[in-house]
Design a protein around this ligand. Structure first.
Ligand code: CA
Length: 225
């Protein structure tokens, strides 16, 4: 499902440009040239974010934002044309999620839309094998509901395993995926990190060693954990 963006802007040249940029970036767009029909549209359609021009012919964007906010919690990005508008937006009196001042680059606006939507996202929790949970936002991994204290490299390394239980990864592959400068490190680096991770996993479940060593090839994560 593509996120749907509602553009409320009375200048067709501007809304067309925005619409084109957003659709190129994988969004769906709906355009309105005035504020009057917004509330009825919002009650019928699922909108993920609103781009709202402050200078509309029938109602000010600020007033409209207040009306919308009484009923809907969805994010709003303002389009401002004058510096006094920016002052009000920045003053947070209105509670905008972001604003862009005219003239703006459509690509920048699209990037802002993505950033606001990302902030709104519920935290992605990836669970591939049920005993491990990856929290991508906090860069944390839990093991049997126990949060692991992992270094950055240990976290990245475990992520490779958890995504594909049972697959054997060579030290070279792991180096390449995890370390920024693979040539600066050696195979022993991977071994040392695996050793540390094993100690941390063992502290949670002493009777299980979920990482399997494959002599001469590499490591894998035990399947069916
Ligand atoms: Ca306008």
């Amino acid at each position: 499902m593509k996120p749907r963006i509602l553009i409320i802007e009375d200048e067709p040249a501007i809304s067309d440009t925005i619409s084109y940029a957003l659709e190129t970036d994988g969004f769906e767009t709906t355009c309105l040239t005035a504020g009057r029909s917004v509330m009825s549209l919002l009650s019928k359609e699922k909108i993920d974010l609103i781009i709202l021009d402050i200078g509309l012919p029938d109602i000010s964007g600020f007033e409209l934002c207040k009306e919308i906010r009484k009923i809907h919690a969805l994010p709003i990005i303002f389009l401002t044309a004058r510096s006094e508008e920016i002052d009000r937006v920045v003053g947070l009196e209105i509670g905008a999620d972001d604003y862009v001042s005219k003239p703006f680059s459509p690509r920048e606006l699209s990037a802002r839309v993505k950033a606001v939507l990302r902030r709104m996202q519920p935290e992605p929790l990836t669970s591939v094998c049920c005993s491990f949970q990856i929290d991508e936002i906090r860069q944390k991994i839990s093991y049997y509901d126990h949060g692991l204290e992992l270094s950055r490299y240990e976290y990245l390394l475990m992520k490779i395993f958890i995504r594909r239980p049972g697959q054997v990864f060579s030290r070279e592959h792991i180096m390449d995926q995890v370390w920024d400068e693979p040539e600066a490190s050696m195979d022993r680096t991977v071994d040392a990190h695996i050793k540390n991770i094993r100690i941390k996993l063992k502290a949670v479940k002493p009777d299980i060693d979920p990482i399997i060593t494959h002599r001469g090839t590499g490591y894998s994560l035990k399947e069916g954990l």
